[in-house]
Design a protein around this ligand. Structure first.
Ligand code: NDP
Length: 333
């Protein structure tokens, strides 16, 4: 059994030295438990938070503990009445070949209904994040302009496609020409803006001639700075993630911009609302039903970035925080 543990806590960007690959025996499932062989591991930006001891909405991974993560896994031994050997489940198996589970939180997957890896992306936690945050907080109306950054990732790509299905004009922000082309040519975004190609504020303003009614915040940083002046009165801003800040070690220099932000919040009557996908757990069935249907009807598309081998996980994860992934990042174990 190979496993990757947290070797030390990063200050700033993680490096491979913050992880350690260990080899051990395969764990044993006892009464009421199943033994899982993990086949796919999801890599997600939230894992950067788990590497840090700073107080957050979830507990950190302890030093020398296995890195956490969602997995698509096969039941290879069962002492649990609800699960049979050979079944495929969505689990929280972590960065390792095998895991033991008491069955709590496992979701059985039907490979004939959808490719199993979709349970980690478009039909999983990231997809549900897009669906709930956009529809409950952003509530886009036909004809409005919806902007999302990290727009080719599993969250952003679904935000834009659902907004389009609701009749909104959709603008995606992504890093690089290939990602921007993917947004407009494959995913049906009305416009795409490359945040790495120079004058982002001007390019975004040109792409949003009627201003911005919903900004789905995935990124923060310079992208948010470009968005703020374009927000319309009564704009809604679901605050989902701030990936540009996750490796930040101190506040950026410069004048305090909170007063200007608060002035905009007041004078434009903006609604900012942070959320964690688990806040909307009750919408899980509706999400699976509706997004599953859109997927089957070909109304939405998704893209995966699959890397091979557990040992590739640290580098792939480090790259995720810098935009080296193109689509939902998954490790095939
Ligand atoms: P992605 O696959 O989209 O990966 C993150 C992307 O962020 C990168 O690919 C990169 O895309 C972009 N990025 C990184 N740094 C910057 C930067 N400085 N400026 C602009 N863009 C940057 O990830 P997900 O779709 O899984 O997640 C998207 C966001 O949603 C994250 O912030 C994540 O933390 C958040 N999230 C929140 C949840 C919640 O419950 N609130 C649940 C799930 C996710 P590019 O190359 O295009 O710049």
């Amino acid at each position: 059994n190979r496993r990757i543990v947290l070797a030390s806590r990063p200050h700033g960007e993680p490096t491979p030295a913050h992880f350690r690959l260990e080899r051990g025996t395969v764990p044993v499932a006892h009464d009421g438990e199943v033994l899982l062989r993990n086949h796919y591991l999801s890599l997600d930006p939230y894992m950067r938070g788990r590497m840090s001891a700073a107080k957050s909405y979830a507990k950190p991974v302890e030093i020398n503990d296995v890195m956490v993560g969602a997995t698509v896994s096969e039941v290879v031994a069962s002492h649990h009445p609800g699960f049979a050997v050979g079944e495929t489940v969505l689990a929280y198996g972590g960065w390792q070949d095998f895991a033991v589970s008491n069955g709590q939180g496992l979701r059985k997957l039907d490979a004939s209904a959808a490719p199993v890896t979709t349970a980690l992306g478009v039909l999983g936690m990231p997809g549900m994040t897009a669906y709930t945050g956009l529809l409950t907080i952003g509530a886009p109306k036909a004809g409005e302009t919806v902007v999302v950054a990290a727009a080719t990732g599993p969250v952003g790509s679904l935000v834009g496609q659902i907004a389009r299905l609701k009749g909104a004009r959709t603008v995606g922000i992504a890093g690089g020409a290939d990602k921007c082309r993917h947004l407009t040519e494959d995913l049906g975004f009305d416009a795409a803006v490359d945040h790495r190609s120079g004058d982002l504020p001007a390019a975004l303003a040109a792409a949003c001639p009627d201003g911005i009614d919903v900004y789905f915040e995935n990124v923060g940083g310079a992208v948010f700075d470009a968005v703020l002046p374009l927000l319309n009165d009564f704009a809604r801003i679901p605050v989902c993630g701030l990936v540009a800040n996750y490796n930040m070690t101190e506040l950026p220099p410069g004048p305090d911009r909170v007063p200007a932000l608060m002035r905009a919040v007041l004078s434009k009557r903006l609604t900012f609302r942070g959320f964690i996908v688990s806040d909307f757990a009750d919408q899980g069935p509706a999400f699976l039903e509706e997004v599953g249907q859109w997927l089957r009807e070909g109304k939405i598309r998704y893209r995966e970035d699959v890397v091979e081998g557990l040992e590739s996980a640290p580098e792939a994860f480090i790259g995720l925080l810098k935009g080296r992934n193109f689509g939902k990042l998954v490790v095939k174990l």
